[in-house]
Design a protein around this ligand. Structure first.
Ligand SMILES: [Zn+2]
Length: 184
């Protein structure tokens, strides 16, 4: 089932996700619905907050372009994006590493906004699958960026928080319109 995507500034987007202690049938259903929702919206990632659930679960899928990373290792093994994505994960820990890079980003909770966001170019992420498998993912490029973006969501952080103040100033009018639209 395709779910409604929560739009900025809905308060749930600012809620830190609860750690998941048990993978129930309901949680698996939510993951499957989130997958359908992300595909329907042509996104590369979706966090549970974006469908109204402040819990530590998100999806990333960047497998449409194998060239969007220069490397991807899962538990130390070189891995193709199509073999790891779509990646549904819970309870992540992420360490961004490498050089800072500024790249254009969008977010399904901010339709029509694309803007440069500064993030580190590489990550080491530790995530758990719904089957309880722990994965250590080391990657760069779009996969690293998407993991940082989605894991930020799980802690109530949004991409506008990581934009330069000049960039944010340019978006001020649009953000205000979104805030007014949400209230009415
Ligand atoms: Zn987002």
């Amino acid at each position: 089932m395709v779910l409604d995507i929560v739009q900025y500034p809905a308060p749930v987007l600012r809620q830190k996700g609860e750690v998941i202690t048990e993978v129930t049938e309901e949680l698996r259903q939510l993951a499957s619905d989130m997958m359908e929702t992300m595909e329907d919206a042509h996104g590369v990632g979706l966090a549970a907050q974006q469908v109204g659930h402040p819990i530590q679960m998100a999806i990333v899928d960047v497998s449409y372009d194998e060239e969007c990373v220069t490397y991807c290792r899962v538990n130390g093994q070189d891995t193709k994006l199509e073999d790891i994505c779509p990646l549904v994960f819970i309870n992540p820990y992420i360490e961004p590493v490498g050089e800072k890079e500024s790249e254009s980003e969008g977010c399904l909770s901010f339709p029509d906004i694309r803007a440069d966001v500064i993030r580190k170019g590489e990550v080491v992420a530790k995530v758990t699958t719904l089957d309880g498998e722990e994965l250590i993912i080391e990657t760069d490029g779009l996969f690293a960026r998407a993991l940082q973006h989605e894991i930020d969501h799980l802690f109530g952080k949004l991409f506008i928080d990581r934009m330069s103040s000049a960039r944010k100033l340019k978006l001020k009018k649009r953000l205000k319109e979104m805030q007014e639209g949400y209230r009415s």
